[in-house]
Design a protein around this ligand. Sequence first.
Ligand code: SF4
Length: 619
Amino acid sequence: MLPLILIAPPWALFNRPSIQLATLKAFLHKRFPELAVQAVHLHLETAAQLGYPLYQEVSERSWVAEAVAASLLFPENAPAIGRLFLREGRGGKELARHGLEGLAAGLDAVYNRFLDRIDWQAYGLAGITASLCQTTSGLLLLRRIKERRPQLPLVLGGSSFSGEEGGNLARLFPGVDHLVRGEGEGPLAELAAHYCTAAPPRPLLATEHPPPLDDLDQLPSPDFTEYFDFLHSLPENRRFFPSLPVEMSRGCLWQARHLRPGDDGQRRNGACAFCNLNLQWQGYRHKSAAKVAAEIEALARRHRVLSFAFMDNLLPPRKGGELMHRLAQGGRELRLFTEIRADTSAARLHEMHRAGVRSLQVGIEALSGGLLKKLGKGTSVMANVEMMRHCEALALPHGGNLLLGFPGSDEDDVRETLATMKRVSMFRPLAPVHFWLGLHSPVHANPSAYGITPCGNHRHWRTLLGERLGSQLRLLVQGYRGQQGRQRRLWAPVAARARTWQRSYRALTLPGRNSPPILGYHDGGDFLLLSERREGGTTLQHRLVATSRDIYLFCRTSRSRRQLQQAFADIDAARLEAFLLMMTDKGLMFSAEGRFLSLAVPMEPGLERLDGHGLYRRR
Ligand code: SF4
């Protein structure tokens, strides 16, 4: 068979190999043992040649990343692309030092070196994966390969073009022979059988909308060989310990639960209204916990790494728990990243922490009940605050965002957000993120319900790709009219408060990794000492004795009024109410939706103990 080459272009995170390449390579090897598949993690090569700090700054800003290759693809748009680069790259020291021209020249050199070293005549098929930050770098690579060998069939996959039709893309950007909009395994195997075989080519089946694989346990373990080969070829001072991507599931369980009958798989009403993360997946499937644990163990043993990042939108609730249990028993000090919903229980979070989860992205998005409803998050303000508290108790960065300017949000949402921010300022701050319209997200599918009118691709795409391509391709970030000025004004105080929150949290966090919490407690057995660090160097202290201590500890997970009254039946209801009111007034407890939560966390991280039900009980 003729060999096949798969390439991951920049600007994906350089310290993670491409999961797409690694899974596809392993799958093809299993299907065609005689087929040679070369996976090129060109993003790592780019980072190594440009320098990691510069690469990192580019990869953290998606419009900056898209601008670099766009300036090589469409030099006639260079002045406008340059202005966009400057605006979006503001504050980036490395970006300012190298400028767009320097970066483009660097990328050009990386591409030329790569293109020169490959014997393109030898291959039967080439595949490029393009997801976040890889749209223009993928297109540039595709064009350059076609210039070297016009007859080489090229297939494009990944999420960047998952809203596009293959025919439209080929018409607008000649050189794209095939587009895979869904799971890559089946279509790529079809294409390999067609193009790489020495026998007369097999007829080509449709590749654009592949049926999903139903048993993910049948997938072989991802193959990261070439990533490590390249990493080990670097001088010692440029090597690092990477984080390996792993996947347990495809799709989103929350979204799958909310697809209405008759939805075409693109109109995802009812789930998170802003989200279009799952365009390329159909339905929700997951591997077994045993399979994922075995994959992680094999990868750790083979590559001597301990850091793994789950690529899942959401780990499956039950099997995810089983996986964490297995990993915790595995005897390795893993360092794991995963995304979770805010209503994940404290018990599950502790289990994750025991397994090695050390960074998270929690789907918080809002601190207003009304807004959470509009967003379709299916969580509550209390769940969000409780999650922030539990993360603080474990010294675990929650990675949560605060969504600003969501169409349809109003003064009440802003008011409640500001009030909540004030009450939870002892916790790690949320990162403010402005709403953007995702192609085929529920808001995009039903814009009038949100008072907006979509107007095609986001205007930055026309700057980057020119009028024709920028307006006729169907790209993931869309533009819209309506409410933008009003929403920006409305949310300006929240943006300002978010900055203050970040500043004060930084100021109150003591130097070193093990800074004590801003609001913490020491338990004296029959009394409780609370310490609250304040700006200006003062520390407020509170002592709770006897039943007051018990109530406070009981509320380390949120409790309803009824639960409190049952647990403390010996206390007069009015006295209990007065105590809760006093504690919330003092900012030591948080109340919402008829529930109460103690805000102080243990002075020593990780010391809170849970019983078998994940609840803290009265002694
Ligand atoms: S934001 Fe997360 S939980 Fe919500 S639909 Fe998207 S992937 Fe699913």
